[in-house]
Design a protein around this ligand. Structure first.
Ligand code: F6R
Length: 260
């Protein structure tokens, strides 16, 4: 796990966009794993800017959302399918039928989860997965206690997560209780994961998953076992890390050929 401490969201957006641009140059039909929430927004903004100003081409790229609320109904403005369309895919030239999300309106949820796993596999797996982290250490919506071997399935949100996400809905009462999320093993199958965390409210979760034990109580800690995980944090989110100076020193002195 590589920890990169940057001054703020702009620098994080730029560095993550560099990794995606480099991937697309190498593999134009790359499969991107797409997170929602606030954390990846600077990356989507930067990719949209590069598409518009520099001609960054995503016409052959494919995308899979990490998760989806259950029961919001197609077209609901807070469904993650809509959020990804609004914040990212409508702003670049990725083909709409190349972008997939779990079906939160399915009558048969377990079948929809299996179909999602099958679709990711059929696409050749995720090349680069963007992630945020919840204040309780979740990735995707794998809340504390999630099996480290889990695959796409239905989960119940913890009260804290519903409170955190109420800002998108106006009221906590409108935040669904259930979600479909890629499992921790599904996320671990991605070839490269980039987790973004910004702000002091993430400092404890960042310390727990980067420097604490690998344990289901902090789902993101499973990334300690990932062969290629990059954690991009701002100073506030890095403020509780014991080895912050070491991570800074390592990144500042990294051989250029290593890349991200
Ligand atoms: C979103 C997702 C969640 C968020 C996490 C952090 O698709 O899977 O794990 O990444 O809740 O949310 P923000 O970025 O809004 O703080």
């Amino acid at each position: 796990m590589e920890v990169v401490i940057l001054p703020g969201s702009k620098q994080i957006g730029s560095l993550a966009a560099d990794a995606i641009e480099e991937l697309l140059r190498r593999k134009p039909d790359a499969v991107l794993g797409l997170a929602t929430g606030s954390s990846p927004l600077p990356v989507y903004d930067e990719l949209a800017r590069r598409h518009e100003q520099d001609g960054l081409d995503l016409s052959r790229a494919r995308g899979f959302a990490l998760d989806e609320y259950v029961g919001l109904g197609p077209g609901h403005p807070q469904s993650y399918r809509e959020v990804i369309r609004r914040e990212f895919t409508d702003r670049v030239n990725i083909a709409p039928d190349h972008v997939h999300s779990p079906d939160g309106s399915a009558a048969d949820i377990p079948a929809a989860c299996q179909a999602y796993e099958d679709a990711i596999k059929a696409a050749g797996g995720v090349d680069l997965q963007l992630l945020g982290v919840g204040t309780d250490g979740h990735i995707g919506f794998n809340e504390p206690g999630s099996s480290l071997a889990s695959r796409t399935r239905i989960k119940s949100l913890i009260e804290q997560t519903r409170r955190d996400n109420a800002r998108f809905f106006g009221s906590i009462h409108d935040v669904p209780h259930h979600v479909i999320t890629q499992g921790l093993a599904t996320i671990m199958d991605a070839r490269h994961v980039i987790l973004i965390a910004t702000g002091a409210q993430k400092a404890q979760a960042v310390r727990d998953f980067v420097e604490g034990p690998v344990a289901a109580i902090c789902a993101a800690s499973v990334l300690q076992m990932h062969p290629h995980a990059t954690v991009m944090v701002d100073e506030a989110a890095a403020s509780s890390l014991r080895l912050a100076d070491y991570y800074r020193h390592t990144y500042d002195n990294k051989p250029p050929w290593q890349g991200l």
